[in-house]
Write a protein that binds this ligand. Sequence first.
Ligand SMILES: Nc1nc2c(ncn2[C@@H]2O[C@H](COP(=O)(O)OP(=O)(O)OP(=O)(O)O)[C@@H](O)[C@H]2O)c(=O)[nH]1
Ligand SMILES: [Zn+2]
Length: 338
Amino acid sequence: MKQGWRNLDESDVRVRPTKGTRPRSKQRPKHSDAEQAMVITVDRGRWTCAVGDDPDRKVTAMRARELGRTPIVVGDRVDLVGDISGQTDTLARIVRVAERSSVLRRTADDTDAFERVVVANASQLVIVVALADPPPRPGFIDRCLVAAYAGGLAPVLCLTKADLAGAEALLAAYSGLDFNVVVTRFDEEPAELRRLLAGQVSALVGHSGVGKSTLVNKLLPGVDRATGAVSGVGKGRHTSTSTLALPLPVEVGGWVIDTPGIRSFGLAHVKPDDLVKHFDDLAETAEECPVNCGHLGPPADPDCALETLLAKGGPTADRIVSLRRLLVSKSGKEELVD
Ligand SMILES: Nc1nc2c(ncn2[C@@H]2O[C@H](COP(=O)(O)OP(=O)(O)OP(=O)(O)O)[C@@H](O)[C@H]2O)c(=O)[nH]1
Ligand SMILES: [Zn+2]
């Protein structure tokens, strides 16, 4: 069948259109046999992909020349052509990258305008924080929340090492926000977390030593991510640094994306409005704010429309206080970690 660009279905058309140009009809039929896959890790110009999202159909691929330097990251949905047998020494070609449903971005620090996407299409960001040893850093949590909201990921706060300290004091600070919180400890099954992860693509972030590997090993039996325990064979510990998507057991479904190299989020790319629009109950009022309102209220933003809601008190006021704390954390350099 002759296929012009008008005949393409919506998913074809929405694939990374260059600004102002239509998809070129010439190229499309050439790759009509392409297979869909998810990028599970990236290493020196080679992308490992799971064909059809099947973790057992792993294929190594290169980026087709026509894509130029288009960034392709873990979680990206791609179309593959060429040899997708997955056999040793075979190489497929990535010919398309689908539009992303979410992006976890970071800048090197708060003043650096250069941003990069580190994980694509994750539906949630699991922020792993120990209740003690190391002590929790609210600034880190706030910055992760900002990165999650701004990137379109639902935050989940996972508090580990519940055998060492309680969660009440920490959670009191977040009463104005609505996100899932789970509390775990290494001598108990993370059943609640497993339920939240089921069928989802979840990125995991956390500092070294918070018990992230311990958790991943419980969730994914057989994977054996390196934990802080020194191995018996005398080689010491090996800590992995590359971002990697790991399949949850089939009966659970979904993927966990471990991000061992990511310890902080520079948030230079996030604008106050990027955050406010995710607060459904505040967004409409904030539209009445002056242009470029930072939504912090006086003295920085004396004409912020949220002031009237704040004055009414109640749960909405709590939300404004929480939102403003996140906005401050976004620009608060003293909270930059690592
Ligand atoms: N008391 C207590 N200790 C824990 C718990 N979970 C993990 N630990 C210990 O905390 C240390 C760090 O755990 P890991 O799982 O290696 O932490 P990680 O976040 O993966 O750290 P990196 O491997 O450095 O990235 C280890 O000694 C674990 O045994 C817990 O629930 N309670
Ligand atoms: Zn405002």
